[in-house]
Design a protein around this ligand. Structure first.
Ligand SMILES: Cc1cc2nc3c(=O)[nH]c(=O)nc-3n(C[C@H](O)[C@H](O)[C@H](O)COP(=O)(O)OP(=O)(O)OC[C@H]3O[C@@H](n4cnc5c(N)ncnc54)[C@H](O)[C@@H]3O)c2cc1C
Length: 341
């Protein structure tokens, strides 16, 4: 008989580590697939999306702010302190990475088999792990334009971000000319939010009409601080230590121009990390995991729970993800108490 874990957690952002802290303190001895740092810079780092941000000012408990990587190191150390084990190149380990650094030897979960219990989780080295219950907390990756200078400046806190609610209030953006790239509801929401702090907010959109809902478009059109730049794509992000502007290309006539800016927000959607589930959990039309009951973390497969940005396309905040991670661990603990043989 293989060893059967009580609980395997997949994903190591605020949701996964919080689930691990609660599960470990409830003596579930959780095993976590924390994920491997792929190519840096991307958001696919153990520790999740906060590994890509410098200052986190809105996570409660840190009145003077904290950097994303250090905050995530604290989450990991706290989970390990209570007995969380991590799947790594060195086998199963019980130690977090040094403060503020991504761990390069932690493993991804390559696939899962949810067809019967115990569930199977296959690691990237094809090792198979069995568990009575699972928590999926694999997050979502912000989509970026894909430009080298965009990634460099995002990584170094140089005024390029994928989250206006998270970063818009930072002093570096105050009273600056800002731009939001995108044309959907979240681009308009971000632009409207940024008008509280900015001088002018440009919306850079590749087409001649917005995809956003009518009411959102009207809101943007009526806001004197918002200016929409139609038929434009960002070809390059300019600036050394911090952004000084963008190079734009007109999608109709191919002409190029430069727009001086003090900040750039990319709002072209998120991709939830659900591909490895291979259709075994019910997803919504945007590929986020669908919860059976919106107040719980239950999925359509009994014994499988989900938390954080992988189920949430609305709030997408570290504190909401952590809150859901706590709920998932409590749901898993109660479910195990009822179902353990
Ligand atoms: C640039 C930026 C700045 C932000 N700033 C703030 C802020 O200031 N305040 C705030 O509250 N929020 C902020 N956010 C949002 C916040 O980071 C997210 O809401 C939060 O990280 C979501 O947590 P999560 O645990 O659900 O997922 P994530 O943080 O996305 O973590 C998921 C983890 O799972 C891993 N994973 C994925 N697939 C697998 C797999 N198959 N096997 C193993 N591991 C896997 C990923 O690599 C990742 O480490 C910011 C986001 C971005 C992009």
């Amino acid at each position: 008989m293989p060893d059967i874990e009580k609980l395997i957690i997949i994903g190591s952002g605020p949701a996964g580590w919080t689930a691990a802290i609660y599960a470990a303190r409830a003596n579930l001895n959780p095993l976590i697939f924390a994920g491997r740092a792929k190519q840096i810079p991307t958001t696919e780092l153990p520790g999740g999306q906060l590994m890509l941000t410098t200052e986190v000012e809105n996570y409660p408990g840190f009145p003077h702010g904290i950097t994303g990587p250090v905050l995530m190191s604290h989450f990991a150390s706290q989970a390990v302190r209570f007995g969380t084990r991590i799947v790594s190149d060195r086998g199963i380990i019980s130690e977090a990475a040094p403060e503020g650094t991504p761990a390069f030897d932690w493993h991804d979960a390559k696939s899962v088999d949810l067809s019967r219990r115990p569930f199977k989780v296959v690691g990237e080295d094809d090792a198979v792990y069995h568990a009575q219950s699972l928590i999926i907390a694999t997050g979502a990756t912000a989509n970026w334009i894909g430009l080298k200078n965009e990634q460099r400046l995002a990584q170094q806190g140089g005024g390029v971000s994928a989250c206006a609610v998270c970063d818009g209030a930072l002093p570096i953006f105050r009273n600056k000319e800002l731009a939001v790239v995108g044309g959907g509801d979240s681009a308009i929401e971000e632009a409207t939010y940024l008008t509280k702090y900015a001088g002018t907010v440009y919306i850079i959109h590749r087409r001649d009409q917005l995809r956003a809902s009518k009411i959102m478009v009207e809101r943007a059109m009526n806001n004197p601080k918002i200016k929409i730049l139609w038929n434009k794509v960002v070809e390059d992000v300019l600036g050394d230590k911090s952004i000084s502007g963008v190079k734009l290309k007109d999608t109709v006539d191919g002409s190029t121009s430069e727009l001086p800016l003090g900040g750039l927000f990319v709002a072209i959607g998120h991709t939830p990390a659900t591909k490895f589930l291979n259709g075994q959990l019910e997803l919504d039309e945007k590929k986020y995991i669908k919860l059976k009951d919106p107040y719980r973390t239950t999925t359509n497969v009994e014994g499988v729970f989900a938390a954080g940005d992988v189920v949430d396309s609305v709030y997408r905040q570290a504190v909401t993800a952590a809150g859901m991670g706590c709920k998932a661990a409590i749901d898993a603990e109660r479910w195990l108490a009822e179902h353990e043989g």
